[in-house]
Write a new protein. Structure first.
Length: 232
């Protein structure tokens, strides 16, 4: 079994653009979006939604991909600032690395909207409550384990420690699980990289050392999929 956040997602792209449109005195004409890694299916959908909603509002949306490289993210954001976009949207690769960009954008009088992950000094962020997402998944997993698994919960967490948001999901999951099964344990705490290939690789290696688990928690669909495939 695996648990994912897929059914809990709001449309972050649409919410971000709607928030901008509602709050801006004058409708922005050009938005620059620097995503963290566009190869991920989730962010491909975010980009599609953002461009579609932008078209509805008459807003030009240009996207740059950092590909999980903070230096690329900084460079892309600085390029958008130099171009004078009306609004800059960033999904941080690394929260600390984005802090200087907030100062640069403020100096250029360009509003910044963060998607997904908080950054010190931010003014606007669109995100789900990551801890709650994990927590309620954990509660449901606990109910299942109590009914179907003899009340035992031994977890392999396929996480993504690079981002505080995904760490919160993992913490929330274990906290929620322990409300139902107090002696639940995390057997493996892995860095799945947020993609199915990496998740499969680290999960397979972990299970080769200790396969005594009965629950896999993935911080996103790809992590869950990679973890589940490691059981094959």
């Amino acid at each position: 079994m695996h648990w994912s956040r897929s059914i809990l997602f709001a449309s972050a792209a649409a919410l971000a653009l709607s928030a901008i449109a509602a709050q801006a005195e004058n409708m922005p004409k050009r938005i620059g979006y620097v995503t963290n890694y566009a190869t991920h299916e989730w962010y491909q959908n975010v980009i599609k939604g953002m461009k579609a909603h932008g078209k509805e509002l008459g807003i030009e949306v240009e996207v740059q991909d950092a590909n999980l490289d903070i230096s690329k993210q900084v460079s892309a954001a600085e390029d958008f600032i130099a171009k004078g976009v009306d609004v800059l949207i960033i999904t941080p690769v690394n929260e600390e690395g984005v802090v200087p960009l907030l100062r640069q954008a403020k100096a250029a009088n360009i509003p910044v909207v963060l998607e997904g992950n908080p950054v010190k000094g931010m003014t606007t962020m669109v995100a789900i409550c990551d801890y709650d997402t994990g927590y309620f998944s954990g509660v449901e997993a606990g109910k299942y384990a109590k009914e179907k698994l003899g009340g035992t919960a031994k977890v392999m967490n396929v996480g993504l420690p690079l981002l505080s948001a995904t760490v919160l999901r993992s913490h929330g999951f274990m906290d929620g699980l322990k409300t139902v099964i107090p002696d639940a344990v995390m057997v493996h705490d892995l860095d799945g990289g947020g993609n199915p290939d990496r998740a499969l690789e680290v999960s397979s290696a972990a299970l080769a050392k200790n396969a005594d688990i009965n629950i896999i928690y993935g911080i996103n669909d790809s992590s869950s999929l990679g973890g589940a495939k490691s059981l094959a």
